[in-house]
Design a protein around this ligand. Structure first.
Ligand code: ATP
Length: 513
């Protein structure tokens, strides 16, 4: 059994080795918490985005999609509350001069000093009991593990309470009581905890005197709110209706070593659903269950998801929950579902002086709609899919690394491999590629022994390999090998298109939603 750190490291190195994710500007030693998607990663990311977009926009008559600009009028961020309240609690170490997120220091302490002990107990017990080991039962009954869990929960509860109450002195007190040292210098010489705004500022305009201060948007939602009435009128939308959008967001996060879980430039997939005031509870439940269903449709294991209901709510919300996913480093937020009331639209009304109301023709009245939001990070979803899919399998002869991606998301749906580089086999293989490439991302590979080529495709998650051999010349059949089972079957070339449509096409997966 590998520990969490090793699993996470493996995910990061595999993502680099196979062309999924590179550090940004690596030749200059990279830029912290900024990453580039490479040739495989860009395809996987696009497929996740499409799967979300089609599920939200194409499959719903009452949801439309937009693509608003990253730059917005600066007053937007006053109205949204980001200028005044979009902060993280930061603390500096006086000796190393390094800056940390105070809450992350405490969370890391819990993960490294307490949860690591739990992992150790589990590993020891797993070794002792062998095949009979029941991890769940062990975790629920072992007194040492229970003691550690209680300690971790007490610390995290206190942290959450202090943050919610904006009691930054207590956050510092907690860091001191736990004797947390700077990971760099080992020093415990800390400054006070201070709030730090996460928005990136920039300037619009040619000269320093006339330039306007702008922000790079920290969320895509506001582009939807400011366009609410334009879309409603031009699209003749009737409440309830939704506006969806995917796009970049920017946050000056103070983080280390979280790979694409927490980035400074990332992509969100958000949908704001405009509803009649008073119906928010119904729609909150509706979107919670619909979004979970979308996740479960990918077949990544029900046990890897859980809801976390927020007790203390953000200034704009009257109910909120996260869908958490079991990442290599534990359960963490993947998506938020927020009942935002009329906070945003009313606030934009106040700041802009423009009415943002819906005229309800049935009731002959106008009102500011309430909003239900679903907000998921595309990069976080990428990490969820990727880390869940990456597996090492013991085979009779050695091990294989396989990326068991949901086939609808796989970068390449099929690889076409001539068994040999002669006798007309490459020509047939290439003609199959030419047939399939209009519908699917297909790859042709003729280099190395076929076994090695299978392994290469396993490692990038290609669900099917088609091998063209001498029998193909005689009867127009190929061998089709399935990634997960490694089963091989002989099929007619003419049946491949239909088989792929059933197994990997977006439309078939969407029909199962
Ligand atoms: P967290 O508590 O993890 O910082 P958040 O509650 O601030 O997240 P939201 O503002 O609700 O996040 O954003 C919605 C979604 O956007 C999150 O559920 C997450 O998937 C994604 N997200 C937020 N911040 C980042 C980031 N820095 N990098 C990657 N994804 C992010």
């Amino acid at each position: 059994m590998k520990n969490k750190d090793e699993v996470f490291k493996r995910v990061i190195s595999h993502a680099k080795e196979y062309g999924f994710i590179f550090q940004s500007s690596e030749i200059y030693d990279g830029l912290s918490a900024v990453y580039d998607y490479a040739q495989m990663g860009a395809l996987l990311k696009k497929n996740i985005r499409d799967y979300w977009w089609h599920a939200m926009v194409r499959l719903n008559d009452n949801i439309v999609g937009i693509d608003a600009a990253i730059f917005m009028h600066p007053t937007t961020w006053k109205a949204s509350g980001h200028v005044d309240a979009f902060n993280d609690p930061l603390i500096d170490n006086k000796d190393s001069k390094k800056r940390y997120r105070a809450d992350v220091l405490v969370e890391d302490y819990v993960a490294n000093k307490i949860e690591a002990k739990i992992d150790k107990e589990i590993q020891k017990a797993a070794k002792r009991f062998g095949a009979d080991f029941d991890q769940e039962q062990f975790e629920q009954t072992n007194p040492r593990v229970l003691g550690y869990k209680e300690k971790a929960a007490t610390i995290l509860k206190r942290l959450a309470r202090s943050l919610e109450d904006e009691n930054l002195e207590d956050v510092k007190a907690l860091i001191e009581e736990l004797e947390i040292a700077c990971p760099l210098s080992g020093s415990k010489n800390w400054t006070d905890v201070k709030q730090f705004n996460l928005m990136f500022g920039t300037k619009l305009g040619a000269s320093a005197e006339t330039a306007t201060d702008l922000y790079l948007r920290p969320e895509t939602a506001q582009g939807i709110f400011v366009n609410f009435l334009n879309v409603q009128k031009t699209g003749r939308m009737k409440i309830p209706f939704g506006i969806a959008q995917t796009g970049k967001a920017f946050r000056n996060e103070i983080v280390a070593r979280q790979f694409i879980f927490r980035m400074r430039e990332f992509e969100q997939m958000e949908m704001q659903f405009f509803i009649k005031p008073g119906t928010q509870q119904k729609w909150y439940e509706h979107w919670k269950s619909h979004r979970l269903k979308w996740h479960l449709s990918l077949g990544m294991g029900k046990e890897n998801y859980r809801f976390h209901d927020h007790e203390k709510l953000a200034h704009y919300a009257d109910a909120a929950a996260d869908i958490e996913f079991k990442f290599p480093f534990g359960f963490k937020e993947l998506e938020g579902i927020h009942s935002r009331t009329d906070f945003d639209l009313s606030s934009h009304e106040n700041y802009s002086g423009k009415k943002l109301q819906y005229f309800d023709p049935e009731e002959n009245t106008s009102y500011v709609p309430y909003v239900l939001e679903t907000s998921i990070g595309l990069d976080r979803m990428f990490l969820a899919v990727y880390s869940n899919s990456l597996q090492e399998e013991e085979l009779e002869k050695g091990t294989r690394t396989v990326l068991k991606l949901p086939s609808v998301l796989a970068p390449y749906k099929v690889a076409v491999l001539p068994l040999l580089k002669r006798d007309g086999l490459p020509e047939i293989a290439k003609s199959i590629v030419e047939d399939l490439r209009f519908d699917y991302d297909v790859v042709y590979d003729e280099k190395d022994a076929v076994g090695r080529r299978y392994r290469r495709q396993d490692a990038i998650g290609t669900p099917f390999c088609l091998t063209v051999d001498h029998q193909t010349l005689e009867d127009q059949t190929v061998t089709i090998r399935e990634r997960d089972s490694m089963n091989q079957e002989r099929v007619a070339i003419s049946s491949v298109g239909e088989m792929l449509r059933k197994e990997v096409s977006m439309s078939e997966w969407l029909k199962r939603l």
